[in-house]
Design a protein around this ligand. Structure first.
Ligand code: F6P
Length: 293
């Protein structure tokens, strides 16, 4: 099925208008990466150097999403302040270009979004929909709502469904773990050894969470950016990365964890807070939680 965005069947629903707007904008974001690969000489609120494309994609999404009826707030990993809108209802949190350090080497990146029905910062339990766009050889979107995940291919103003009711394959195949190995805890290192020693598992790590998570969604397995000795909350941001990804993976029948509980159960304190993120097949996440207990 091909959907022209905005989908006329759903254009009264602000959630679907947000998703359609992100789908259309993503095609432009991809085209606009050319010529925007240099550092922007400024840092995001987490202290990471931004590239020009980070700043540009954030401004493009901010303009478009804040003008949608029913959007109450826009927050982004690339700006310190939340934009408040006149409307009430939905609060949108985005990572406009996840993995933008891959731009220099021309590797995979993504755009992540979460749509909450509570003011930000909000817990993952307040998500009504979430998803991500992957800028791979093909631009694709994985979108979760009402407990199901749909995968699309994006071209121009159209979304073509490639798979409905996406679920994680039962037999996990891939694993990818971020952070410097010397900074992992002994318990996490031990767990990784166990995963690696299974001859059915193979390593996939590309340095952009969306690329690595989409491998897990496609082949089954586990992705983690764990707590590190020098960064006990890991690297990834709860509102913009952790919650949306946890929502997609849990909707696809997998599990998420910060080491002890579902990512979606965490009560956030600040918008840019970080979270140790582990997502994947349920049995692998359960084993992880036992290993870290
Ligand atoms: O947003 C942060 C990010 O770019 C993720 O997409 C990715 O998983 C991670 O950082 C990569 O970090 P590192 O460079 O430490 O492997």
């Amino acid at each position: 099925m091909t959907v022209a965005d905005p989908d006329p069947r759903t254009e009264d629903d602000p959630v679907e208008v947000v998703v359609a707007t992100i789908a259309r904008s993503a095609v432009e974001i991809r085209q606009g990466l050319v010529g925007r690969r240099s550092d922007a000489d400024q840092e995001n609120p987490s202290g990471e150097t931004q590239v020009e494309a980070d700043v540009w994609a954030d401004e493009l999404l901010a303009d478009r999403l804040t003008s949608i009826d029913g959007v109450a707030q826009y927050a982004s990993e690339e700006r310190s302040e939340i934009i408040d809108c006149e409307d009430e209802a939905y609060c949108v949190a985005v990572d406009p270009l996840d993995g933008s350090s891959n731009l220099k080497s021309n590797n995979t990146m993504g755009t992540v979004f979460g749509i909450y029905d509570e003011p930000l910062p909000a817990p993952g339990s307040a998500l009504v929909a979430a998803g991500f766009v992957l800028y791979g050889p093909i631009t694709t979107m994985a979108y979760a709502r009402d407990g199901t995940v749909t995968k699309y291919e994006l071209t121009g103003g159209e979304r073509s469904v490639v798979e409905e009711d996406v679920t994680l394959p039962d037999d996990p195949l891939v694993y990818g773990f971020g952070g410097r190995v010397p900074h992992w805890s002994d318990d996490f290192r031990e767990y990784v050894r166990e995963i690696e020693s299974n001859p059915d598992h193979k390593l996939r790590y590309g340095g952009a969470m969306i690329g690595d998570v989409n491998q897990v969604l496609t082949y089954g397995g586990i992705f983690a950016y764990p707590a590190l000795e020098d960064s006990p909350r890991g690297k990834l941001r709860l509102q913009f990365e952790g919650n949306p990804i946890a929502y997609v993976i849990e909707s696809a029948g997998g599990r998420s964890s910060d080491g002890t509980q579902s990512i979606l159960e965490i009560d956030p304190e600040i918008v840019h807070e970080r979270v140790p993120l582990h997502v994947g097949n349920t049995d692998l996440i359960e084993r992880l939680e036992s290993a870290l207990a």
